[in-house]
Design a protein. Structure first.
Lengths: 238, 103, 310
């Protein structure tokens, strides 16, 4: 689905969401209230200016109070890879955006990620992965790194990685593998109106991070949940 | 990857009371050695996971030499190897036994 | 970069942080004899994924987590081993840090200390590592909201790259040494994607002044600059725990203002030395050679000290 189709399905009566330089902002009616929308469109890389602007929009929602949920709609590239972005502290800008989303969620604004295109690496962590519940649309392609790049870094032949990717979900790019890891909670049905699906996701969500539990039950991340729980037991003595 | 296991009988147990020690890091040309005082006083086992295949004979010689020199009775030794040279292996084994001998 | 002679002292606290292993850093950092490891190497909890890539595993999956005392107070600690798989976040590696941070909510330690030494996500376990980084950031925020400071210490061989840089940016306070590098895309990654004209990764001086400890401290990306010794990191960690900001709207609004101001003032700068000049340093070219004492004195004299809301 394109962003326009998503917004039309979410807000059939119209909305105030706009895209400038690949950055999404605005809101529309949802149920008896509003739904704030921020995000990245058009496979745009996330750099320092973009992260700063999106974080400011999220903090605006928090400052206004209330309980408006925030939808983080993402079709991005990875973080912008440049000397200038790193010189000026890209890690701080990306972390700040993630923190703004985490603060919003803790302050009564449930955050819902929606990956409808590509996203990768640091841009993925700073946006969609910093939400309480992450949804995706069929055809979305979240990843950490594409296989040709993995092949370069690991010095393994691409053909071998492609073969391994068929049976091993833990390193392979793509939506199914991120669902299996528990990173993506749900895949929405584009044939049905998105508003009620988003509302149901919010209603069924919890502030408790259950992604490792999902990863275990879905088979994509079998040991993480138990390891974390073992450390908690050791540290708290029960 | 290759897995190797060696068992030795020793004349005596290693001195000291430390139950466990770890030394080294798994990296290219390096290895980590975990020592646990968990066997009978005249027994020593060495289990190796190595990144480089085909050097079983070298490992056997290095381990035999180490056991003859240090008589590490009682120790279960486990090694994760990132492709260390024999002298590095010996160094880590000696470091490990020194740590185990501490009171 | 100032070259500091190798210490001849036998005192563990005088050893180089950069050269020390994760275990040696932790042993020296906390009060002697107080470190207690969770899921120690004898439990052999190793990566279930590396064998498929014919790669050797480590007993601790490259991270040591546990509890110790710092000047008498209980702290939870995690140390990454940058020499094993570049200190990268795999499934178990990440889950150990997630568990430690979640435990802080119940155990209420004086602080959680994270000794970063990482290239980012372990690509052989990419999805597990990436998701763990998101879980870690959420857990840090929850610990901070519960009043537990999370302090990051950065001065290891692998630096603090990729998702590690984002986790660092989520901490309450950061201590960095000259050789500590903080960044998202590393020099090699930028060069591979954009070419050597954009970033020549072999130009070490460029790497240090673009992402190294002094630059990060000067622009406010870190809160304290430490010598490359275990003692200096220990002292700085103790000092920073007491200065940790709350995690609330006021702090994030202050950070928003801090980051917007940085964009306005330095957004058109071509090089770190240009930024340092605008900050009021008379001799930017001399900065890389300054020792810690001179550098700290210079920070104090700056017309505006780096603001540190994070």
């Amino acid at each position: 689905m394109t962003l326009a189709e998503i917004l039309h399905s979410l807000f059939p009566g119209g909305h105030g969401v706009a895209v400038t330089d690949g950055l999404i902002g605005g809101d529309g009616p949802l149920g008896t209230g509003r739904l704030a929308v921020v995000g990245i469109d058009g496979n745009t890389p996330l750099g320092i200016e973009g992260a700063c602007l999106l974080a400011g929009r999220v903090l605006d929602v928090v400052r206004r109070g209330g309980d408006t949920p925030i939808l983080v709609a993402i079709d991005s590239d990875s973080q912008r890879m440049s000397r200038r972005d790193e010189l000026l502290g890209l890690n701080e800008y990306l972390a700040h955006l993630a923190k703004a989303l985490l603060l919003a969620d803790a302050s009564g604004h449930p955050t819902i990620g929606l990956v409808y295109g590509h996203t990768a690496a640091g841009a993925f962590i700073a946006t969609a992965l910093a939400t309480r519940v992450l949804a995706a649309l069929p055809g979305a392609h979240p990843s950490v790194m594409d296989l040709p790049s993995v092949a370069r870094v690991t010095k393994l032949p691409l053909e071998r990685l492609e073969e391994m990717a068929k049976s091993t979900s833990v390193f392979a790019p793509g939506l199914d593998n991120m669902v299996a890891a528990g990173a993506v909670h749900a895949v929405l049905d584009p044939a049905r109106p998105l508003g009620p699906q988003i509302e149901a996701l919010i209603a069924g969500s919890s502030r408790k991070d259950g992604r490792d539990d999902l990863g275990r039950s879905r088979g994509g991340r079998l040991v993480a949940h138990d390891i974390a729980a073992r450390v908690v037991r050791a540290a708290t003595g029960d | 990857m290759e897995k190797l296991t060696f068992r030795h009988t020793t004349n005596r147990s290693l001195a000291g009371t430390k139950a466990q020690a770890i030394t080294g890091v798994v990296a290219s040309g390096n290895l980590e050695v975990l020592m646990e005082r968990s066997l009978a006083p005249d027994q020593c086992t060495v289990e190796i996971d190595t990144a480089i295949n085909g050097y079983g004979d070298v490992w056997e010689a290095v381990i035999s030499d180490f056991v003859a020199r240090r008589q590490p009775g009682g120790l279960r030794i486990t090694i994760n190897d990132g492709g260390a040279r024999p002298d590095t292996v010996t160094l880590r084994l000696l470091q490990g036994t020194r740590l185990m001998e501490a009171v | 970069m100032a070259m500091v002679p190798v210490s001849l002292s036998a005192d563990p606290l005088d050893q180089s942080w950069y050269e020390a292993s994760a275990r040696a850093r932790l042993d020296g950092l906390v009060d002697p004899g107080t470190f207690e490891e969770f899921i120690g190497p004898e439990q052999r909890v190793m990566s279930p994924h590396l064998p498929a890539f014919d790669l050797p595993r480590a007993f601790d999956d490259g991270i040591v987590v546990g509890r110790g005392r710092l000047d008498g107070s209980i702290v939870l600690v995690a140390a990454q081993e940058g020499r094993f798989m570049g200190g990268a976040f795999g499934e178990i590696h990440g889950a150990k840090l997630v568990g430690l941070l979640r435990a802080a909510l119940v155990a209420k330690p004086a602080a959680v200390l994270i000794l970063f030494d990482t290239g980012g996500v372990r690509l052989q376990e990419a999805n597990a590592g990436e998701t763990a980084i998101a879980e870690i950031m959420r857990a840090i925020v929850e610990a901070r909201m519960a009043g537990v400071p999370v302090v990051g210490l950065i001065g290891g061989r692998a630096g603090c790259y990729g998702g590690g840089g984002l986790i660092a940016g989520t901490c309450s306070r950061l201590v960095v040494s000259e050789v500590g590098r903080i960044s998202v895309s590393g020099p090699e990654v930028i060069e591979t994607n954009r070419g050597a004209e954009e970033f020549d990764s072999r130009d070490r001086a460029l790497v240090w002044r673009t992402m190294g400890g002094k630059h990060r401290r000067l622009i406010g990306g870190a809160d304290a600059f430490a010598d490359d010794t275990i003692r200096a990191f220990r002292d700085a960690a103790l000092d920073q725990i007491g200065r940790a900001p709350a995690f609330d709207l006021a702090t994030l609004e202050a950070e928003q203002a801090r980051l917007e101001t940085r964009l306005d003032r330095f957004g058109d700068a071509r090089d770190a030395t240009e930024i340092w000049g605008r900050l009021g340093l008379n001799d930017p070219a001399a900065v890389p050679g300054l020792d810690t004492e001179t550098f700290d004195a210079l920070l104090v004299r700056l017309p505006e000290a780096p603001r540190d809301a994070r």
